[in-house]
Design a protein around this ligand. Structure first.
Ligand code: SF4
Length: 205
């Protein structure tokens, strides 16, 4: 049977072209994503120099995006707002930065923010950087309740969290002064900049 490519280009169009649109934004040092604040600070520096390296067309990423789209469609039927853009202006060392993010789902009348995560396995969940991401969203939205749902091949887990004290300025300062590289040693193994990075940590896991 001859292979044909009919669906794959549709997926490519949806996911890669969206990333291409973001390239200019990635080069802007005054735009900080919430995900930047929970990971390695040197990635924020390298993504401005080599933004094209952030584009991936990997089956696992596509699977994750499709799971998100499916859950968000269900939550929308249940009265949630989905894919909600959030932003905050933060001043550090006299410079202004725009912190931006997008929450998966939100129910304002319940003060509830939902994050959807997919993973290959359920070990170590909930992961610290995911919790921190959700806490930052709660802070930015001035809401009290967070919920993370993990979908893995073997398990579905939900974790409830409450708003915690988050100092956005100090997180942005860590990033712009590049003082957390990496924030977690495991990050380097999954980092697109590893081969160019002077701080890369070698680990065997
Ligand atoms: S290789 Fe490690 S230290 Fe370097 S940017 Fe990536 S995560 Fe950060």
């Amino acid at each position: 049977m001859k292979p044909i490519e009919r669906i794959t280009p549709v997926l490519y169009e949806k996911y890669v072209k969206e990333e291409l649109h973001r390239l200019e934004e990635l080069k802007n040092p005054k735009i900080i994503y919430v995900t930047d604040l929970v990971g390695c600070s040197h990635k924020y520096y390298l993504r401005r120099l080599y933004p094209e390296l952030t584009i991936k067309f990997e089956p696992s990423a596509i699977l994750g995006n499709l799971v998100h789209a499916g859950i968000e469609a269900l939550l929308k039927e249940k009265g949630f707002e989905v894919e909600v853009e959030v932003s905050a202006e933060v001043e550090v060392n006299g410079d202004k930065y725009s912190v931006k993010g997008r929450v998966d789902a939100l129910k304002k009348d319940e003060g509830l923010v939902v994050e959807v995560k997919t993973a290959r396995y359920a070990q170590d969940i909930p992961r610290e950087h995911h919790l921190n991401q959700l806490k930052i969203y709660l802070e930015m939205l001035n809401l009290e309740n967070g919920l993370i749902i993990y979908i893995t091949p073997d398990k579905i887990h939900e974790f409830q969290i409450k708003r915690d004290r988050i100092n956005l300025e100090s997180l942005v300062k860590t990033l712009v002064e590049d003082t957390a590289h990496p924030r977690y040693e495991w990050e380097c193994n999954y980092c697109m900049f590893k081969k160019l990075c002077p701080y890369a940590v070698e680990r065997s896991d």
